[in-house]
Design a protein around this ligand. Sequence first.
Ligand SMILES: Nc1ncnc2c1ncn2[C@@H]1O[C@H](COP(=O)(O)OP(=O)(O)OP(=O)(O)O)[C@@H](O)[C@H]1O
Length: 339
Amino acid sequence: MPDSTVDSRKPLSEEQRSSLFEAVENTPGVPKPDPTLVVDGVSRTFGGLKAVDVAHLEIQRGCITGLIGPNGAGKTTLFNLLTGFDQPDTGTWSMDGKSLGKMTPHQVARQGVVRTFQLTKALSKLTVLDNVRLGATGQKGEKIINTLMPWTWKAQEREITERANELLARFKLDAKATDLAGSLSGGQRKLLEMARALMTDPAVVMLDEPMAGVNPALTQSLLGHIKSLRDDGMTVVFVEHDMDVIRDISDWVVVMAQGSVIAESAPAQLADNEAVVDAYLGTHHDQALEFDENGNPVGATAELAEALEQAEAETLESGGDLSTTDVDVTPQALKKDKS
Ligand SMILES: Nc1ncnc2c1ncn2[C@@H]1O[C@H](COP(=O)(O)OP(=O)(O)OP(=O)(O)O)[C@@H](O)[C@H]1O
């Protein structure tokens, strides 16, 4: 269990969540009514490249915050820094007023902040159940003194297994408990990651691209699971490229580009923000393409394919040569075409 004594688990209703953000301005670094994580001046440089340079960021408690931005914007690096997997050059950050700086991932998890990875870290040669059990921190059996008192850690082992089984049932992986993790599909591994992350009963869960590589059939159930974390009173921060997913489940969206927070807003107002359109929505290079079971493009991919076809037809009509002409299918160009 996290050491934090603040009651950070009271689930918020949908109305409460949206009214929380009513008075929050759409400006980078804007204060939130009841922030749990607060980041100040956090920067990280690799060689000459400033991967992260966040002046100020507050994450609202009990809500889902979507973190978006083009490839290389610094999203994963920020996750790494906040959860102790990397150390910043400058800056401080805290949860409920308690500094999380200079801590190991293990210590950060004990404070109540956990994360999952873009590429799932399931240990393929261990069973699904053992993978989840490994998410527990601070088992009494780890301490030498306790090896002299095996009854204390045996009882704890039982508790850990019980909790792991409960979590496997929550994520509908209980039937796979004794299978090797290596036999799971991409989507099931994401669920396994979430189950493992929840072993410490965290207050804040940071999910790095939980939908990436997931079979579309599992996407809805994965989204449901993420919402259920919030409905249990947890604070969720998640990185995602798919704007439909962002709009569907985020209460608030933070946009990063070139290491910094360049915009924040409610999901419905994202497209109105010029900085966001320029830095993110205007570039399609990292948008996940989606197709149905017959190989036909769906959703945003269908719009993109249609726009591409139309732009190609126009290029040919006006006597252009497709082998030498780049067709501009950015949203700005498409808007121009439609008007
Ligand atoms: N260990 C590292 N060594 C050197 N450069 C790194 C390292 N980790 C990240 N970077 C660089 O820092 C920048 C930010 O990378 P990061 O992975 O945080 O971006 P991101 O927003 O998560 O991107 P993506 O959406 O592609 O996952 C990139 O230019 C990346 O190449």
